[in-house]
Design a protein around this ligand. Structure first.
Ligand SMILES: Cc1cc2nc3c(=O)[nH]c(=O)nc-3n(C[C@H](O)[C@H](O)[C@H](O)COP(=O)(O)OP(=O)(O)OC[C@H]3O[C@@H](n4cnc5c(N)ncnc54)[C@H](O)[C@@H]3O)c2cc1C
Length: 599
């Protein structure tokens, strides 16, 4: 019987990146998913990126992943969010054609990876290590590693009003119950989370003439560092609002809301609440924003971002028709809520391998996150680390100083999460250093060395780095006379509204290199401070802790701390210091011990 190197369970955003990473690194990979046609399907809004998420997509691209390229190929509107703020928090967001994105990803996987349609019903475990999977309750398939990315299908239950039924998405009545049971049996702590989506509307029946359009940036900036230019005709989104009449209908029907009757027990997404949640939590708000987002160029379907709901169908019908521009709208599909299981991410290492079962990696929604981008970032890291393990190489652990993906995984694996985790720029301490524009500089070398990027792609980044240095040196060596004083141009550029482009030969340099050079010059003093902090951070990260260390042997640690460290098994002192409840004095004791008995 054939044995694979890696089996990836799930054709969602996490599974795609895992499978493609394995394929590119050159290990024998099988992707098992319920429905081939649904590979890369977007369960919720037809958009990629956004605040904190755009950075993740750029990083996935810089490491050699697929999400940014797929977005460039299928995008219908591109915008830089937060552009009125500092470049540290600029985030790209793109509307994509939902159907085309799905087709692009399905074709990509079909061309590159062996696919099996079916349900993984069991994991084959021997000596606390995974050896393969059981499919459809019968066929056993062996592998050296398994990456589990089942998303919202893990014991999913859909709620619409007081009706509920098992499913992973409304379009697919499939659900993964046995696998969830297996994880429980293996000792994983299972949490219950909730998310939801809104109705879909027929664009032919929306009165756009009374709404405010929101256009994309012109020219649109590509997501991928490998896309030179986007030549697309962008589509606008439209803005409308709920009103007091909408809120009245919602309030009057809360007794039929699964959220407010206690039917839904899972913890919902705090930063993306349903409309009934918003109406109850913010009674003083007389209206809430709605962005009507087109789902594609040809499909006349609109996604009303902002009114996610699990209220009954008749209530959705009533409240949607009170909204300006939607008075006569035809509802194509109703909104719903979904509860699903997740594994406590404290039970995984930062490599995304589980602590309980060797060679079993978890990625995506199963680790407590919400969002396509968060899932894809984890999928890529799980795929890379499964391959590195097979090849007996050092794992890839991105720390908090390198990337948003590093922060995401560090947060999950050291702090855990008791609600769906979404990325924000505020979670990232060194965000002046970790920006969208320099994701290629930060990560492409890693992607190239692992085998995910071509030599040409890495050469392009090396050239950008050279150009940035050249621009900086040029400006350091040129002086300008201003207000009677002569100062280096480098210093002058730091002043507000002064642009590098007015002082260098634009033909000589690439515009991306000029942009990054300008940011680094303008923010030089802050970046220097960040660099010092990073050095201190790295010193703690460098002190490794063996996973086999028995903390009971270390004198001076309290029983509670010993228990925490023993169950947590941090890989280094930095990680140990971020575990909730681990005190600075415990870290000092550990440091002294590890210096005496280094790894
Ligand atoms: C209704 C709804 C609303 C959402 N709203 C939002 C939102 O507002 N904001 C947001 O950021 N995110 C939202 N999400 C979440 C977002 O869709 C997910 O975070 C993202 O898709 C997770 O990616 P994933 O790869 O982990 O899983 P998914 O994209 O869910 O993919 C899971 C894959 O696993 C496969 N699978 C599962 N179990 C098995 C099995 N046993 N055998 C074989 N295959 C299996 C499925 O077929 C599927 O291909 C929403 C999701 C849903 C369903």
């Amino acid at each position: 019987m054939k044995k694979y190197d890696v089996i990836v369970i799930g054709g969602g955003h996490a599974g795609i990146e895992s499978a493609m990473a394995c394929r590119k690194i050159g290990v024998d990979t099988l992707l098992i998913t319920f429905e081939k046609e649904k590979i890369g399907y977007m369960s919720c809004n037809p958009a990629i990126g956004g605040v904190g998420k755009g950075q993740i997509v750029k990083e996935i691209d810089a490491l050699g992943g697929e999400m940014a390229k797929a977005t460039d190929a299928t995008g219908i509107q591109f915008r830089i969010l937060n552009s009125s703020k500092g470049p540290a928090v600029w985030s790209t967001r793109a509307q994509v054609d939902r159907k085309k994105y799905n087709e692009y990803m399905k074709n990509l996987i079909e061309l590159n990876v062996e696919i099996l349609e079916g349900e993984v019903t069991d994991l084959i475990i021997e000596n606390n290590s995974v050896k393969g999977v059981e499919v459809n309750n019968q066929e056993i398939i062996y592998s050296r590693c398994v990456i589990l990315a089942p998303g919202t299908f893990l014991n999913g239950v859909i709620h619409i009003g007081l009706d509920s039924f098992p499913a992973g998405r409304i379009e697919e009545k499939k659900v993964s119950i046995k696998l969830s049971e297996k994880l429980k049996q293996l000792g994983f702590e299972i949490l219950r989370f909730k998310t939801g989506t809104c109705a879909r509307l027929d664009g032919n029946t929306i009165d756009f003439s009374v709404l405010t359009p929101q256009y994309g940036d012109e020219p649109p900036k590509p997501f991928s560092f490998s896309t030179e230019k986007l030549e697309i005709k962008q589509l606008p989104c439209y803005i409308t609002y709920t009103n007091e009449k909408t809120h009245k209908i919602i309030k009057e029907n809360l007794d039929r809301s699964p959220l407010f009757t206690g039917k839904i027990i899972g913890t919902g997404v705090r930063y993306c609440p349903s409309i009934e949640d918003k109406v109850v939590k913010f009674p003083h708000h007389s209206r809430h924003h709605i962005f009507l987002e087109p789902e594609g160029k040809e499909a006349d379907v609109y996604y009303p971002n902002g009114i996610s709901t699990s209220l009954p169908i008749d209530v959705q019908d009533e409240f949607i028709h009170t909204i300006k521009g939607l008075e006569n709208v035809k509802i194509l599909r109703y909104g719903y809520g979904i509860e699903h299981n997740v594994v406590n991410p404290l039970q995984i290492y930062p490599t995304l391998e589980t602590k309980l079962i060797g060679n079993l990696f978890l990625a995506g929604q199963i680790n407590g996150t919400t969002g396509y981008e968060e899932a894809a970032g984890q999928g890529l890291i799980a795929g890379i680390n499964a391959c590195l393990k097979i090849k007996n190489k050092q794992p890839l652990i991105l720390d908090r100083t390198t990337s948003y993906i590093g922060v995401l995984i560090d947060d999950l694996t050291t702090k855990g999460t008791n609600e769906p985790y979404r990325m924000f720029t505020s979670r990232v301490e060194y965000r002046l250093m970790i920006r969208e524009d320099n994701a290629d500089i930060r990560l492409r070398e890693i992607g190239y060395k692992i085998g995910l990027l071509s030599k040409e792609e890495w050469e392009k980044t090396k050239e950008k780095i050279e150009q940035i240095n050249k621009i900086k040196n040029y400006l350091k060596n040129r002086k300008i006379k201003i207000e009677g004083k002569t100062i280096p141009l480098f210093e002058y550029i730091r002043r507000p509204n002064i642009k590098i482009s007015d002082y260098i030969d634009l033909k000589e340099f690439n515009k991306n290199a000029i942009f990054t050079a300008e940011v680094e010059i303008k923010y030089a003093p802050y970046i220097e401070r960040n660099l010092k902090e990073i050095e201190e951070f790295k010193n703690l990260e460098k002190i490794k802790i063996p996973p086999t260390l028995d903390y009971k042997k270390i004198p001076g640690l309290s029983l509670e701390i010993i228990e925490k460290l023993n169950s947590f098994k941090p890989l280094n002192l930095g990680q140990a210091s971020r575990i909730a409840g681990i005190t600075p004095s415990a870290i000092s004791i550990l440091m002294v011990y590890l210096k005496k008995y280094p790894v």
